[in-house]
Design a binder for this molecule. Structure first.
Ligand SMILES: Cc1cc2nc3c(=O)[nH]c(=O)nc-3n(C[C@H](O)[C@H](O)[C@H](O)COP(=O)(O)OP(=O)(O)OC[C@H]3O[C@@H](n4cnc5c(N)ncnc54)[C@H](O)[C@@H]3O)c2cc1C
Length: 433
């Protein structure tokens, strides 16, 4: 594999100006990978780098999560989502009409044949995530002290709930994911502070986690600047086209920032700019909540995935983070922190020594496609426009892989994997274009 450090700058890249819009974990990685190819790169963000979804996520390098959110049989859960606003997946009634097209595509993605394809497409990316991250982290000086690579443990309250998860587990095993079944006693031995309520577990061997997701994004971003990358604060609203090609980004302040190539990496906010570049896309947000409490008595050695209730516990640098869940409610509604509190209460059932004192709550906008698959794509309309968004639950995990693939697409068009499953126009049959 070509390491980030040894990548050879391409002749065509020299002197070419690239603008990357969005300074989250995806934009920072894309910017760095493009510098490696020899481009002159400027990242734009309307806010501080790393303050979007990349700020407060669970920190999982969740390489075993190739199964999509919409699994076979998901349809029967829809009434429950509508009725229980604090359940693992809920829909805000007021947003339902707007969300309907996305939900229909989500349900269409839950057909078994599609799920099998999606899992394989995701495993193709996830199985290379560590190989792509390792050189980036090393080069940026973000070593073992900030990354832990010792698996995550999924826990099940009953053998029946483990059995109910069998299809998802088998699907992952068939895609090369290393999963090891654990008995009740093994679960207790591995994490003695967990309540004795779990019948069994599954060790997700290759999973890792970062000790502070914000520090990873800002660490990669700082390295990007140290290597000669540039940053400008700019809220991009549109593009200027010349000879049919986008040539500049325009901002809400009335500025115009010219480029040879542009990459849209605005996370959950990418939809408007993608449309302005001629590519309407069914991107929405799965809002997620968590609470982070400082360390008191509770201890964990690794991330715990509470499979029955769809939330995770992460032992981070600043404390234990309890969160997850999905709220379909768009980008504008105010957070409902009752959700964070409900998740924390569940966390306390699992880890009784958790102490709420000094805790902070957070809500973030996962950028989500209906098929749980990111858009990593060249524009079908403009030879100089690229997209890198829609990573849903896995943006941190796939940051470096996305950077590498976008840089390859731009520099040579030759990528180590077939990019067809990640193209932006895969849902275009739903649009009148
Ligand atoms: C509760 C929760 C837990 C999660 N846990 C995990 C996990 O354990 N592992 C994992 O891999 N992923 C996890 N995720 C998902 C992960 O956080 C996201 O997929 C990832 O952060 C997306 O990164 P991004 O760079 O695409 O977007 P963001 O980090 O949201 O960055 C987008 C940036 O674009 C900027 N922007 C937007 N519009 C414009 C504009 N018009 N002009 C200029 N700038 C603009 C924003 O200001 C922002 O800085 C979790 C998410 C949540 C909410």
């Amino acid at each position: 594999m070509t390491s980030a450090k040894t990548a050879t700058p391409s002749d065509t890249a020299a002197g070419q100006k690239v603008v990357v819009i969005g300074a989250g974990i995806v934009g920072a990685n894309v910017g760095l990978a493009l510098l490696d190819k020899g481009y002159d790169v400027t990242i734009l963000d309307r806010g501080e780098p790393g303050m979007g979804a990349s700020f407060g996520n669970a920190g999982g390098i969740a390489v075993s999560e190739c199964a999509p959110v919409a699994m076979p049989g998901v349809l029967k859960n829809v009434p429950g989502w509508l009725m229980d606003p604090l359940g693992p997946l809920s829909v805000r009634w007021g947003y339902l009409p707007k969300m309907m097209p996305w939900l229909l595509m989500f349900l269409a993605s839950s057909k078994k044949q599609r799920v099998e394809q999606i899992a394989t497409n995701m495993a193709t990316l996830l199985n290379r995530a560590w190989d792509d991250y390792d050189p980036v982290l090393k080069e940026a000086g973000l070593t073992d002290a900030v990354f832990k690579k010792h698996g995550a443990m999924a826990v099940y309250r009953s053998n029946a709930s483990r059995q109910a998860a069998e299809y998802a587990i088998d699907l992952r095993r068939r895609n090369g994911i290393k999963l090891r079944d654990l008995t009740r006693d093994e679960v207790r031995d591995i994490e003695p502070d967990l309540a004795p309520i779990f019948a069994c577990g599954v060790m997700e061997e290759d999973w890792g986690h970062v000790l502070d997701p914000f520090k990873i994004t800002t660490g990669i971003f700082k390295h990007f600047l140290d290597r000669g990358g540039k940053f400008e604060t700019a809220d991009v609203t549109n593009f200027v086209f010349r000879d049919g090609k986008p040539r500049a980004a325009t901002t809400d302040a009335g500025d115009m920032i010219t480029f040879d190539h542009v990459v849209v990496a605005c996370g959950a906010w990418s939809k408007t700019l993608a449309k302005r570049l001629g590519s309407p896309v069914p991107l929405d947000t799965e809002r997620g909540y968590n609470t982070t409490v400082p360390y008191h008595d509770a201890k964990l050695s690794r991330m715990i995935v509470c499979a029955d209730d769809s939330f995770v516990l992460s032992p981070l640098e600043m404390g234990i983070r309890v969160g997850g869940a999905v709220e379909l409610g768009g980008l504008l509604a105010a957070p409902n922190y009752e959700r964070a509190k409900a998740l924390f209460a569940k966390g306390k059932e699992v880890l009784p020594k958790l102490n709420a004192e000094g805790g902070t709550e957070w809500m973030g906008f996962r950028p989500s496609m209906p098929d749980s698959t990111p858009v990593i794509s060249k524009s079908p309309h403009h030879a100089n426009a690229y997209f890198a968004f829609g990573h849903g639950h896995l943006g941190l995990t796939l940051g470096a892989t996305t950077g590498r693939l976008v840089a390859d697409l731009m520099a040579t068009g030759k990528t180590p994997v077939d990019m067809t499953p990640y193209r932006i126009n895969r849902f275009s049959r739903f649009y009148s274009i």
